[in-house]
Design a protein around this ligand. Structure first.
Ligand code: ADP
Ligand code: MG
Length: 442
C-alpha cells in the first residue's frame, strides 16, 4: 500500500510537493482500517485537504470494502517506516525485529477448535487444520487456507496454534499477520538486524502467517519469506498460511513463492450456507449466555448472508438491544434491532438491474454479459457489472459469480481488482463507472 501510494504521487506531483507531504507519511493497514500517520499536524491537515481522495482510491484494492481512515500524528521517536529504502530516516532505532514479532503476536486463547462450527463450507479446511495441529510438520506442509473475509481463516490459524501449544507447551510458535511480518522485515533492514530476524523465524516449530496476500508487490519481503518458508519446510517445521485468494490468483507475488505455497495442501473456506449460519448463531448465542430460538436464528441467518463476522455483529446488536430494553429475544425484537440493516437491504440495487443497466449502457445483450464470451467488448462491461454488484449489493463473491453465468468467486475478485486499477489509469472508463454507479444508486 505504502509503495503503491508513494509511487503514484511521485509520478503525479512536483518533487518538492511529494517530498514535503507524501514521502513522510506512514501507511499502515490495521484490519479493515487504513492508518495514516503524518510527522506533524500541519502535514496531516494538508494531506487531508488535498490528497485524501487519491489516497483512499489507492487504498481500495487492499481492503474488501472502502476502508475507514484513521489519522495519527507521529509521536516523537516512534517512527517505524514502511519504506524499504536504506536512507530511511528513523530518529530512534526501532525495536529489533524478532522481539517485536514475539510481543505482538501472542495467540488468542479464545480462538480454538471447540468453538469453530463446521459445515460443508469449511469441513475440509477444518479437517486439514486438525491434522496439521496433531502432527505438525508431517501431514501437509505448508497448509494453505484461502477464502473471503470473515469466513474463519484467522480463527482456524489460531486454533492450530492453540492446540499445538496445549499438546506441546515447549513448542516455539509464532502467529503473525503478514503486515506485521512486513514491518519486521523493514525493521530488520533499518537496524541491520537480519541475523536476529532470520534466526527467530528459522528456529520456530510452527509458523502461522495470516493474510499472505499483503506481501504482494513487496519483493524484499517475498525474498525473505521464500528463504524462511524453505528452511522451515526442509526441516519439517510446520507452516500454515492464509490468503484471500487461491495462490495462483494473487498478483504481485513471485511465481517461485506461489508455487511453494501449493506444494503442501491447499484448501478453501467457502461462505457458509443457511443451515451453517443458523448453527453458528445458535452456538454463539449459547456461549454468550443468551441462547436464541431456532426461529430467531433462521430469521437472522436469512438476512445476514455475507460472512460470519457480520453474523456475529448482528447477533451482538440484538443481544445488546434486548439487554437495554430488558426484553427477551424474539423475531420482532430482532427486526427492531436490525432495522437499519433491513432497510438498507430493501433499498438495495438488484443484480438484474445492474446487469440490465450495464448491458444497455454498452449496447450489448444481457445473454452475452452472462455468456462465456471473452472478447473485450463483452468482457470489460461484464467486469464492470461484477464490480458494481460487489459495491452495490450485499451478495458474496460466489453469489455474484454464480449470477454471472456460473463463474467462480476468484473471477469476480479479479474483475473487481482489474476495474479498480483501470479506474485509476483510464479516465473514460472511470467516468463510465461513476455514471453507472450513480444511475443505479438513483
Ligand atoms: P477471516 O480471518 O477469514 O477474515 P475470522 O477468522 O476473523 O475470519 O472470523 C470472523 C469471526 O467469525 C471471528 O470472530 C471468528 O471467531 C468467527 N468465526 C469464523 N468462522 C467460524 C466458525 N466456523 N465457527 C464459529 N465462529 C466462526
Ligand atoms: Mg483474518
Amino acid at each position: 500500500l505504502s509503495g503503491s501510494c508513494l509511487s503514484f504521487f511521485k509520478e503525479q506531483l512536483p518533487l518538492q510537493q511529494y517530498n514535503s507531504w507524501i514521502k513522510p507519511l506512514i501507511f499502515e493497514i490495521d484490519g479493515e482500517k487504513l492508518v495514516l500517520t503524518a510527522p506533524n499536524s500541519f502535514t496531516l491537515r494538508i494531506v487531508q485537504e488535498r490528497f485524501l481522495p487519491e489516497i483512499s482510491k489507492r487504498a481500495l484494492p487492499f481492503f474488501s470494502s472502502p476502508p475507514k481512515i484513521e489519522f495519527r500524528v507521529e509521536k516523537r521517536g516512534s517512527k517505524v517506516s514502511m519504506d524499504h529504502t536504506k536512507d530511511s530516516t528513523s530518529t530512534k532505532p526501532p525495536l529489533p525485529a524478532a522481539k517485536t514479532a514475539k510481543n505482538q503476536n501472542k495467540l488468542n486463547s479464545a480462538l480454538v477448535f471447540d468453538t469453530f462450527v463446521t459445515g460443508k463450507a469449511n469441513q475440509l479446511a477444518h479437517a486439514a487444520a486438525i491434522q496439521v495441529a496433531e502432527t505438525p510438520g508431517v501431514a501437509y506442509n505448508p497448509l494453505f487456507i484461502y477464502g473471503g473475509v470473515g469466513l474463519g481463516k484467522t480463527h482456524l490459524l489460531q486454533a492450530i496454534g492453540n492446540l499445538v501449544s496445549k499438546k506441546n507447551p515447549q513448542a516455539r510458535i509464532c502467529y503473525i499477520h503478514a503486515t506485521n511480518y512486513i514491518s519486521g522485515v523493514v525493521r530488520a533492514f533499518q537496524t541491520k538486524n537480519f541475523d536476529e530476524f532470520k534466526q527467530f523465524y528459522n528456529s520456530l516449530d510452527l509458523l502461522l502467517i495470516d493474510d499472505i496476500q499483503f506481501i504482494a508487490d513487496k519483493p524484499g519481503t517475498q525474498q525473505e519469506f521464500f528463504y524462511t518458508l524453505n528452511s522451515l519446510i526442509d526441516t519439517n517445521k510446520q507452516v500454515v498460511i492464509t490468503c484471500d485468494t487461491f495462490p495462483k490468483e494473487i498478483t504481485g507475488i513471485e511465481p517461485r513463492l506461489t508455487s511453494r505455497f501449493t506444494c503442501g495442501l491447499t484448501v478453501a473456506i467457502e461462505p457458509p450456507g443457511l443451515e451453517m449460519r443458523v448453527a453458528i448463531l445458535l452456538q454463539k448465542s449459547a456461549t454468550n449466555g443468551s441462547p436464541i430460538s431456532e426461529d430467531v436464528a433462521f430469521f437472522i441467518a436469512k438476512h445476514v448472508r455475507s460472512n460470519i463476522r457480520e453474523l456475529e455483529g448482528a447477533l451482538n446488536r440484538i443481544e445488546a438491544y434486548a439487554r437495554f430494553h430488558k426484553r427477551i429475544i424474539s423475531i420482532e425484537l430482532a427486526k427492531e434491532a436490525l432495522k437499519d440493516l433491513l432497510a438498507a437491504q430493501n433499498k438495495q440495487v438488484s443484480l438484474e438491474n445492474i446487469q440490465k443497466t450495464v448491458a444497455d449502457f454498452y449496447r450489448i445483450k444481457i445473454v452475452d454479459l452472462l455468456s462465456k464470451k471473452r472478447t473485450r467488448i463483452i468482457a470489460r462491461p461484464r467486469q464492470i457489472a461484477m464490480c458494481l454488484a460487489r459495491e452495490l449489493t450485499q451478495l458474496s463473491l460466489p453469489e455474484i459469480g454464480n449470477a454471472f453465468g456460473g463463474r467462480d468467486h476468484s473471477t469476480v475478485l479479479h474483475a473487481c481488482k482489474t476495474i479498480e486499477s483501470l479506474r485509476n489509469s483510464d479516465s473514460a472508463l472511470n467516468a463510465d463507472f461513476n455514471l453507472l454507479n450513480q444511475t443505479l444508486r438513483g
